[in-house]
Unconditional design. Structure first.
Lengths: 337, 245
């Protein structure tokens, strides 16, 4: 018998429709009339200042926090209509403090949900092995250790593996990399994005770090205090045309630069390199370089042009400071508040 | 009747008789190894076994009561205060007084002894179990909830295993305390290793009460050691944590 959800590689569409949450005894609602649709297989980042209700919104999906009004659906099924235990077993859940069970070995931590769902031992053993490799841990080395014997980054990898164990169509991640040092965090972000390319789950990701949101999100939902949705769009669109003053301030005065970091030179229409450029001593950068880094290289060297090279070192074109300025200003012509 | 009394008086002051023993025993020497060797099997060992029984039953019943109360108090907070007050009150009663208090109710008996001994274990076992349950990290509970554990599963699979070190620490203290307190139970005729201690003191026979006392201490140490081993076997993860912190 095929286990429900197992190996199907499915992702679910999540819809918030007019969702409200009011904490008892508080006059201001934590979430007000939140409506948004998260397409299946995308990463949606919830971000906002503290008190913006981003964690509240996340926890209403698996009903750790009750919905006061409105509804949330997963692939059209209301989370309120499902048995709460069933519902949670079908959703991957990752939290900042990881929440690994200290008394269980790594393999048993990862096997938690499959065991609750009644998989047999052989299925579980294989799945644990597969997941450890997927999150970049060596099964031989780590399966039998206890959480206390792992580093912070390794623990969060195990937390990720545990959340994905039963192959849920939706994963909720509440500041998953928030307590990890910047270098490890950046590596975990890269690994998770790569992983997401293969698993293509729907992910709701809460963070308070705008750079993380821009890097991780297919879409970003910015919440303002009181749990009102301020702007919901792709990172590119939000940076190019912030909905209002609040969003513009929230994404920062350097939003132009942030936009440049969303693209590599590959994605830019390059100028033709001047004749004999091969031999010239102009700056060079690979096509994989972020536009923002290319700009920084030109500014620091005082040289207004940069040759772009492919992996074989052949010059494929040229980028100049003027070109980058034009790139940003074409989008600035559209109305901006 | 009168004749018997006269006959008794005729015998004059009685010289302590420690049995047909060696010179050491007859002279009540510092410590007579030969007496111990000769009487261990029929005088000391049965008392020691009684003592182990007294302890096991007291800690067993005490644990059942305190553990249940702690699990209930973990769920229903209001239970904590009355149960703590009750068990703390029992704990403050001097042991001899409590044994004596129970005599009119349950008699000079094993039952009286067990009731008192159980009473003394409650406070420690209840407190340690409840503290253990309350100190389970919130993130582990939140993760368990988020993954779809039922309340029952959170208790049995997360909270109790994580509270185990605290619970075992309580069991160790309760066991050692009970072994020591149970010697006094001989005062109301409940047997145990306290019997030869009282007996030896009454007769002034040093070897007897010293040996019995040493046996009580040895029993306490052995029981504690066994419980440490049991804890290591039940909570292997504790050592992983200690090794890295």
């Amino acid at each position: 018998m095929a286990r429900e959800g197992r190996g199907a590689g499915t992702a679910a569409e999540i819809v918030f429709s007019h969702v409200w949450h009011r904490y008892p005894g508080r006059s201001v609602p934590a979430i007000q009339d939140l409506s948004l649709t998260i397409p299946a297989g995308e990463i949606c980042v919830l971000i906002g200042p503290s008190g913006g209700g981003k964690t509240t919104a996340l926890k209403m999906v698996n009903r750790l926090i009750p919905i006061s009004k409105g509804d949330i659906t997963i692939d059209g099924r209301s989370v309120q209509a499902l048995d709460v235990i069933e519902l949670r077993r079908g959703i991957g859940y990752v939290i900042q403090q990881v929440g690994l069970f200290p008394h269980m070995r790594v393999e048993d931590n990862i096997a938690t949900t499959p065991r609750l769902l009644g998989w047999n031992d052989e299925e579980i053993r294989q799945r644990v092995h597969e997941l450890l490799e997927l999150v970049g841990l060596d099964p031989e080395e780590h399966a039998r250790t206890y959480p206390a014997q792992l580093s912070g980054g390794q623990r969060q990898r195990v937390g990720l593996a545990r959340a994905m164990a039963a192959d849920p169509p939706l994963m909720l991640m509440d500041e998953p990399f928030g307590a990890i040092d910047p270098i490890t965090r950046s590596r975990l972000q890269d690994d998770f994005l790569r992983l997401h390319q293969t698993i293509r789950k729907t992910v709701i990701f809460v963070t308070h770090d705008i750079d993380e949101a821009i890097k991780m999100g297919d879409r970003i939902a910015i919440l303002r205090p009181g749990g009102l949705l301020a702007h919901y769009d792709t990172p590119e669109a939000i940076l190019a045309h912030p909905a209002d003053e609040f969003v513009a301030r929230f994404v920062g005065a350097d939003r132009g630069l942030k936009r440049l970091s969303l693209r590599t030179l590959n994605e830019v229409e390059l100028l033709d390199a001047p004749a004999g450029a091969d031999a010239s001593d102009l700056l060079r950068a690979s096509l994989e370089t972020k536009v923002r880094d290319a700009l920084s290289m030109m500014l620091t060297s005082g040289n207004p042009a940069l040759l772009c090279t492919d992996e074989d070192g052949n010059v494929r074109g040229m980028v100049t400071i003027d070109l980058i300025t034009a790139l940003l200003s074409t989008e600035r012509r559209s109305p901006v508040p | 009747m009168i004749a018997a009394l006269l006959a008794l008086a005729d015998e004059g002051p009685k010289i302590p008789d420690f049995g047909r023993g060696s010179d050491c025993v007859r002279e009540n020497g510092q410590f007579c190894v030969d007496w111990v060797v000769k009487n261990f099997g029929d005088q000391l060992l049965p008392r020691l076994i009684e003592h182990i029984e007294l302890t096991l039953i007291a800690v067993g019943i005490g644990f059942t009561i305190a553990f249940t109360a702690a699990v209930v108090a973990h769920r229903y907070r209001w239970v904590k205060t009355p149960f703590t007050a009750f068990s703390a009150f029992v704990y403050t009663i001097p042991s001899i007084a409590l044994f004596q208090l129970l005599v009119p109710v349950t008699g000079l008996s094993w039952t009286s002894a067990e009731i008192a001994l159980v009473g003394y274990t409650l406070l420690i076992l209840f407190r340690n179990t409840l503290t253990g349950l309350q100190e389970v990290p919130d993130d582990a509970i939140e993760a368990a909830q988020g993954m779809g554990f039922t309340r029952q599963q959170i208790l049995t699979r997360v909270e109790l295993p994580l509270a185990l070190p605290a619970i075992m620490a309580g069991v160790r203290i309760a066991t050692v305390t009970t072994i020591s307190l149970a010697t006094i139970a001989a005062y109301i005729g409940a047997g145990g290793i306290g019997q030869p201690i009282f007996d030896g003191i009454q007769r002034g026979f040093r070897t007897q009460f010293v040996t019995a006392g040493v046996l009580a201490v040895a029993l306490a140490l052995a029981a504690d050691g066994l419980l440490v081993l049991a804890q290591r076997a039940l909570a292997p993860w504790m050592r992983a944590r200690q090794a890295t912190s």
